[in-house]
Design a binder for this molecule. Structure first.
Ligand SMILES: NC(=O)c1ccc[n+]([C@@H]2O[C@H](COP(=O)([O-])OP(=O)(O)OC[C@H]3O[C@@H](n4cnc5c(N)ncnc54)[C@H](OP(=O)(O)O)[C@@H]3O)[C@@H](O)[C@H]2O)c1
Length: 261
């Protein structure tokens, strides 16, 4: 199916690894031109160059720390001078650390506020004028914690729901500019982050990594973790002109894991 993404300009943040990288690769396969960013300049330049060679698209990598207002402001200023229009924006970030009420300190809360919530507010506010030129799509990567809290991930449970509330709230304002906004809520997608969380739980509970993963898999009706490429295919659809009527929604991508209607 032609996703009509050829020649579209799309910014994908936190795209050096994991879900962000998989979305960038899927969009490149569909012929979109990409702006990639994260803190690892070398990895981004390598990815941009390999996507250009493989798919004949234009791709640039920029070093950006999404927890820093200054760094995001610099990215937005650069976009406004180098990229006259944007057709899509993927707001992805690094995940917050584990922790509970009594283990997280003031700094953990302040850091999560900046990275998990304010990065998205700043990116969307800064990019909306560029997206409004031709209309476009915004996709934010949140978590299944939006629908069902995850034990031991209090920062995710708190700030991802704030993100979902923010995205729903701006849908009308963005629709006036012909920009559609949606949120994607992964369950357990096999990336470095999920591997780190599983290893940490295995160490805490003195169980093997295989036992931990088998426990999670039993709680997923499809019986396995998702692959980043599976999520990326759905993300590409939401970012494409084929999505012409879904906005203000939060979509679970979890193999049926969340036990909520
Ligand atoms: N995987 C899942 O099943 C799952 C489930 C629920 C929610 N999520 C959420 O989805 C997002 C992506 O997850 P993932 O599994 O792909 O994570 P990942 O494999 O750990 O990748 C995280 C990405 O974020 C970038 N990043 C981290 N901190 C950054 C910062 N301050 N500024 C700019 N870039 C930053 C990293 O690049 P650099 O290190 O190069 O900066 C990397 O590209 C996370 O927010 C995660 O919590 C994932």
């Amino acid at each position: 199916m032609d996703m009509q993404l050829k020649g579209k300009n799309i910014l994908v943040t936190a795209s050096s690894r994991g879900i962000g990288k998989a979305i960038a690769e899927q969009l490149a396969k569909e012929g979109a031109n990409l702006i990639l960013c994260s803190r690892s300049e070398e990895q981004l330049l390598e990815l941009a160059s390999s996507l250009q060679t493989q798919y004949g698209i234009e791709a640039v990598g920029r070093k950006v720390d999404l927890s820093s207002r200054t760094s995001i402001d610099e990215l937005i200023a650069w976009l406004h001078t180098s990229c006259p229009t944007l057709d899509g924006l993927v707001c992805n970030t690094g995940g917050p650390p584990k922790g509970n009420l009594m283990t997280l300190d003031e700094q953990d809360w302040a850091d999560a506020f900046q990275l998990q919530l304010m990065s998205i507010v700043r990116l969307i506010k800064g990019c909306l004028p560029l997206l409004a030129v031709n209309g476009g799509n915004i996709l934010t990567i949140a978590s299944s914690s939006v629908k069902q809290p995850i034990p031991g991930l209090l920062l995710s449970n708190t700030f991802r729901t704030a993100v979902a509330g923010f995205m729903k709230s701006i849908a009308s304002e963005c629709a006036e500019q012909r920009v559609l906004v949606n949120t994607l809520c992964p369950g357990r997608i096999a990336t470095d982050r999920i591997a780190e969380l599983d290893h940490s739980l295995a160490a805490e509970t003195s169980q093997s990594i295989e036992v931990i993963q088998a426990q999670f898999e039993r709680a997923i009706p499809l019986g396995r973790y998702g692959q980043p490429q599976e999520l990326a295919a759905f993300a590409a659809f939401l970012l494409s002109p084929l999505n012409s009527y879904m906005t203000g929604s939060a979509f679970l991508f979890d193999g049926g894991m969340v036990q909520a209607l």
